[in-house]
Write a new protein. Sequence first.
Length: 307
Amino acid sequence: MIKVLSTGRLSTQFYEAFKGNTLGLDVQIADQVTQAQIDWADCLASFPIDAEVSLHKLKWIHSFGAGVDGFVKRTDLNKDLRLSRTTGALGAKAGEFCLCHILNFLQDTFAIYKDMQTQAWPERAAVSSKNKTVLLLGTGSMAQGVATLLRSVGITVIGVNTSGASAGPNFERCFRFEELPDTLSEVTCVINTLPHVAATQGLLDAHFFSRFQHALFINIGRGATVKTQDLALAIEAGQFAYCVLDVFEEEPLPKSSWLWQHPQVFVSPHQAAITDIDDVTKSFLAALEAYAVNTTNAYFVDKKKSY
């Protein structure tokens, strides 16, 4: 019997999904997790929880989110702990989010909206997405979903990953970050899906931004990978014509942040790919299949790499 404790958003739906199961799971839920409840469990299935309780006895954590940095940054994890994550349809959802904003950018939708408010009637030439180029930072499950959708509407996708190896048919080619050309003026849009690890902290800086010209920047990865003040300078220099930011180093984004008021910045509250219970249950079951026979699969992450 695998004892599973769930808490927080989606925990009630998770419990209902596995209540009376024949999978050898004893699933319990808690509103406010106590140390005794954590110590009872073999597995915690949830989004990251507060640090008031120690997780050192857990054998397995299944993250309800695709990102696991909220768990791996903890110092109380057992060295043998196995960590899995949720993917489900998150890549497809992120793809729809990105395509929406790419089309808004190409069609100049926000300018048209402003014209509507003043009853202006200027002609604006529509720009097709076909044959445009997107640079996708990261080629993991989230990026794969984005690339699949973009490729379906004729967009060329270039990937960036740690090896430079091919990431599948939806990527025209892939580079290692260090191998990126100094000039990428042909890139219409840059999409960041990178996780937050030591190597990506502030990775997207003035030098990186200098490669682009009047491009769209979309961040659906992690806020800490971007040097925000360098991003302001990149907008001022015309390297980015518009920025869509869904993730931030501090969330909720403080009301004092300059990002709220900047006319070339779109702020959204970390909703590019919201996890639902179907995403969780499908991913958890796939991870359980491997965990039950003491092996791993694509749902398990390297705690040192956070992916």
